[in-house]
Structures are given as structure tokens and as C-alpha cells.
Design a protein around this ligand. Structure first.
Ligand code: AP5
Length: 232
């Protein structure tokens, strides 16, 4: 569904470590704001479901990086994002979930937005202690069909292993194995955490404590966004 035009669309980046709840909040924010949702992780997972002969060498390599928990090279990520630049140009705004993840990606996005005369509204940075992140990741289950995210304890589906929304099968992501989680957290610290300072310097950072239920975190996020809109 292509969101419609809005008077003051939100153009948001969701930052935060793997498993902090970006995808869950992106789902809730998309519903609330009517913006376009772009998740680079979902794009790669969808490409991984294509037949082998329909996968380019770059995608096959990207899936290997993902399986190990490492970041996919910037050139491949940027190619995938550029193919979906309609989302960035969407008049209803956008929510970027899992992108950008390196300073190089952030610079590419900035150049594209400047060229299109668009500006970011805010960068929401979700914060949570590592032990809670690991608990969230190890209990996560994802719908094979509609990509909805559940948690075996915190957000269980009504019927075990079945998606509440579309009846699809829920699966445990390969990169949620303990060894891949460690690699992902290291990659986050090394390559993505520097973006916090980058966006702080641009006056765009909105730090949000990611404790509590998804609805509580959404309310906290909306409160800060409303305040930002009033201040501007
Ligand atoms: P990606 O799919 O983006 O994964 P991620 O950033 O590692 O984030 P996750 O999806 O693991 O977690 P999340 O923060 O969205 O949490 P969620 O809402 O699911 O990327 C995967 C891989 O693709 C990367 O490792 C990399 O290889 C590659 N990649 C993607 N983009 C890239 C890029 N730009 N550059 C390079 N490589 C890239 O929540 C987690 C669990 O917690 C769920 O079970 C959920 O139900 C539960 N939960 C959520 N909120 C709460 C809450 N408030 N209370 C209790 N439980 C909660």
C-alpha cells in the first residue's frame, strides 16, 4: 500500500542495537503515522526466499554475511535501498528500520535527501541493556508470510507458532543463534553506534528508553516527537 500525501510527513530513522525492538516500533509507528516502512533486513530476507537462480551473486554473498551476523557491504545495501527510493520520496514520509547502519550509508542517504530537497525529521535511538536485548532476540519468532514479529514470552501469538495476523508459520531467525547474536552486537558497537554522535551533531537525535511494553515505548516516542514538532 502506498501511503497518501500528508501535510507534515515524518521522515524518521530508527537506530538501536539488534533486538532492541526497532521492527516492533516500526510496525506501530507505521500504523500511527501512515508513513512508508523500509527495513533492509526484511528486504534481504525476502531476497533469500527467491529461487537460487533468481539470486544475484551480491545477494548470495549478503545472505552469508547475515547468517554470520556480520554487516552486508555498503555497496550492496545502497543498491537495494536505491531500488526502493520511492519509499524515501514518499509524500506520506518514511520510517527507516535497520538503515543506515554505517557512516558511509548515512552519508549516501544524506546526499540523496539533499538532492531531492528532503530533510530528516528525527533519528530515534532506542536504548536497552545488553542482557534484555539477548532475551528479546532469543525468544523472537517472525512470520514467514507477513513478517510480523512475536516473542514466546513477552508477545506470544494466540496459537503457538502461528501468526495472529495472517495465519503464516512463525520461525526462529538463523541469526538469532547465540554465536550470531554476539557477532551482531559487536558489529553494532563498531559500525552503527558512531551514528549516534553523527546525528546528535546534526541536532536530530531523540534518545528513547526501550524498557516496558511496546505500547509504552510507542507512547514515549510519540510524546518526544510531539514535543519536537511543537518546538520547531
Ligand atoms: P535486521 O533485520 O535489521 O536486524 P537487527 O537490526 O539486527 O534488528 P532485529 O530485527 O534483530 O531487532 P529489532 O530491533 O527490529 O527488534 P524486534 O522488534 O524484532 O538485520 C539483520 C541483518 O541484515 C544484519 O545483521 C545484517 O547482516 C543485515 N543488514 C540489514 N540492514 C543492513 C544495513 N543497513 N547494513 C548492513 N547490513 C544490514 O524485537 C526483538 C524481539 O523482542 C521480538 O521477539 C519482539 O517481539 C520482542 N520485543 C520487542 N519489543 C519488546 C518490548 N517492548 N518488550 C518485550 N519484548 C519486546
Amino acid at each position: 500500500m502506498v501511503p497518501g500525501e500528508r501535510p507534515n510527513p515524518w521522515r524518521l530513522i530508527l537506530l538501536g542495537a539488534p533486538g532492541v525492538g526497532k521492527g516492533t516500533q516500526a510496525e506501530l509507528l507505521t500504523e500511527r503515522l501512515g508513513a512508508c516502512h523500509l527495513s533492509t533486513g526484511d528486504i534481504f530476507r525476502a531476497a533469500g526466499k527467491r529461487k537460487d537462480c533468481d539470486q544475484s551473486p551480491a545477494i548470495r554473498a549478503a545472505l552469508e554475511y547475515m547468517r554470520r551476523g556480520e554487516l552486508v557491504p555498503d555497496s550492496t545495501v545502497w543498491e537495494m535501498v536505491r531500488e526502493r527510493s520511492d519509499c524515501i520520496l514518499c509524500r506520506g514520509g518514511f520510517i527507516l528500520d535497520g538503515f543506515p547502519r554505517t557512516l558511509g550509508q548515512a552519508e549516501s542517504l544524506k546526499d540523496l535527501m539533499e538532492k531531492e530537497k528532503l530533510s530528516l525529521s528525527a533519528v530515534v535511538d532506542y536504548e536497552l541493556p545488553v542482557d534484555e536485548i539477548v532475551q528479546r532476540l532469543s525468544g523472537r519468532r517472525t512470520c514467514e508470510e507477513c513478517k510480523s514479529v512475536f516473542h514466546v514470552k513477552e508477545r506470544p501469538p494466540k496459537v503457538e507458532a502461528v501468526c495472529d495476523h495472517c495465519g503464516g508459520r512463525l520461525f526462529h531467525r538463523e541469526d538469532d543463534r547465540p554465536e550470531a547474536i554476539t557477532v551482531r552486537l559487536e558489529a553494532y558497537e563498531r559500525s552503527t553506534a558512531p551514528l549516534i554522535q553523527f546525528y546528535k551533531n546534526l541536532g536530530l537525535l531523540l534518545p528513547i528508553v526501550a524498557k516496558g511494553s511496546p505500547d509504552e515505548i510507542l507512547a514515549r516516542t510519540m510524546e518526544k516527537m510531539d514535543k519536537l514538532a511543537d518546538d520547531r
